[in-house]
Design a protein around this ligand. Structure first.
Ligand code: UDX
Length: 447
């Protein structure tokens, strides 16, 4: 009989995982403690913007015409425990307020709610990003609190999906990493991932701590690449070099690779910043803090980029204060193809200029509602053209395709001054210059 799968937590990770499991042919029950989210998902609506996820949900959510009916949702842990052979825990682990360490309260609450209902054999699989050592602790918790005792087992299976590519990354992962303590757990997870493995995804079998560490070290490496190229941008700026050319040239070395070498205002979002901080905090607890002191520098280079963008804008406007200056901001989300504004460098830059007296107008293709919610005092426009109308300077801060496809000549007609700063090194300088704009980017020559 086909395995029955439950997914606990229906954010970016859980909603996508649940839909993907249904797509792979399993019967799936998703759980969230937020009723409104569950109501939306039952109607096949996605609580956030994620390309392709709505279509995949509607293909499988029970009750939707023409769907496979394999995917249902609930808020009831007893129903989840009774239904599933495998329970994926996909709740979030945000940064704790005022601390580097991550907040494990959602994970702990999920285990506390599920464990007492586990009366028969079950495999609980952690997918959330957690400090190393959590899986050991949670396995002991299950053994103590699940009535099934040793029959309720734990495995750790970190998730590497990127927002904006979540569906594809889940159905066709670069690799599947699985930490297990028994052959039974391994067998069940091989069954779950049989299709992607057949299609070529490597299956990496390991222990709990390694599985947990793969996730945090991968994100640390990615953060390091970005801060490395941003450090090179600073040096290029000082020496008159071009960081975009430099990135292209070093990227041809496939030991280095081209990806994640785009200099600009740096990384943000719900993962990289908090993951490197939580990793440092955990290493400190383990007495290995010296090993990760470099991450402090990675973090500080990253945060410095935002301030440098503000400074570049000030200099470009003549070096005085922002008072009375009209600043158009293109982009609010932390990256394109997402509506996520968590720790967004774009909004941070917009906010700094606003707080220094600039008259900021923001436009983003998908992030407006979230941006308005967390930064209601900024100005907002419904289109890029409206944001640019009357602007003394245009800041390009999130590299949406829509912005690359803008017609600089048309924008030039409505702007007060043809001055654009590309905080993502993603616009075509020649295109803008030909339309009469002064184009500036971080780490690149002025003309
Ligand atoms: C990241 C990891 O990529 C993913 O594997 C993990 O599961 C979760 O964290 P995500 O947060 O969706 O995914 O974003 P990602 O695409 O990694 O981008 C992170 C940030 O880095 C964005 O703000 C992006 O704009 C920035 N970035 C990325 C750069 O500044 N330069 C680059 O070259 C690449």
């Amino acid at each position: 009989m086909a395995l029955k799968i439950t997914v606990i937590g229906t954010g970016y990770l859980g909603a996508t995982h649940a839909a993907a499991m249904a797509e792979l042919g399993f019967e799936v029950l998703g759980l969230d403690v937020v009723e409104e989210k569950i109501d939306m998902l039952r109607r096949g609506e996605v609580p956030m913007y994620e390309p392709g996820l709505g279509e995949l949900l509607r293909k499988h959510v029970a009750g939707i015409e023409g769907s496979s009916g394999r995917l249902r949702f609930t808020t009831d842990y007893a129903e989840v425990a009774a239904f599933g052979d495998i329970h994926f825990v996909c709740v979030n682990t945000p940064q704790r307020h005022g601390e580097y360490a991550c907040d494990m309260s959602y994970v702990d609450a999920a285990f506390a709610s599920l464990a007492p209902h586990l009366t028969g054999p079950a495999l609980v699989v952690g997918k959330s990003t957690v400090p190393v050592g959590s899986a050991d602790r949670l396995a002991a918790y299950l053994a103590e609190h699940a009535p099934a005792g040793e029959d309720a087992e734990l495995a750790w299976n970190p998730e590497f999906l990127r927002e904006g590519f979540a569906v594809n990354d889940t159905l066709h992962p670069d690799r599947i990493v699985v930490g297990v303590r028994s052959e039974k757990a391994e067998k069940l997870l091989r069954e779950v991932y049989a299709t992607p493995v057949e299609e070529g995804s490597p299956f990496v079998l390991t222990d709990f701590p390694t599985a947990e560490l793969v996730k945090t070290s991968a994100n640390s490496f990615l953060a390091t690449k970005i801060s490395f190229i941003n450090a090179m941008a600073e040096v290029c700026e000082a020496a008159g070099g071009d960081v975009a050319k430099l990135a292209e040239a070093i990227g041809y070395d496939d030991r280095i690779g081209k990806k994640f070498l785009r200099a600009g205002i740096g990384f943000g979002g719900g993962c990289l910043p908090k993951d490197i901080r939580a990793f440092m905090a955990r290493a400190g607890e383990l007495g290995a803090d010296q090993a990760l002191t470099f991450l402090r520098e990675i973090d500080s280079i990253n945060m410095r980029q935002r301030g440098q963008m503000v400074e570049l804008a000030r200099q470009a406007l003549g070096g005085g204060s922002f008072l009375g200056k009209r600043v158009a901001v293109l982009g609010a989300t932390f990256k394109p193809d997402s509506d996520d504004v968590r720790d967004s460098p774009a909004l941070n830059v917009a906010g700094q200029i606003h707080l220094q007296g600039g008259q900021v107008t923001v436009y983003d293709p998908k992030g407006m509602d979230n941006a308005r919610r967390i930064f209601p005092t900024l100005g907002y426009a419904d289109t890029a053209l409206d944001a640019v109308r009357g602007a003394d300077i245009v800041l390009h801060l999130t590299e949406w395709r829509e912005f690359r496809e803008l017609d600089p000549a048309a924008l030039g007609e409505v702007a007060s001054t043809r001055l654009v700063l590309d905080g993502r090194n993603a616009l075509d300088p020649e295109l803008w210059r030909r339309a009469g704009w002064t184009y500036r980017a971080m780490g690149r020559p002025t003309a």
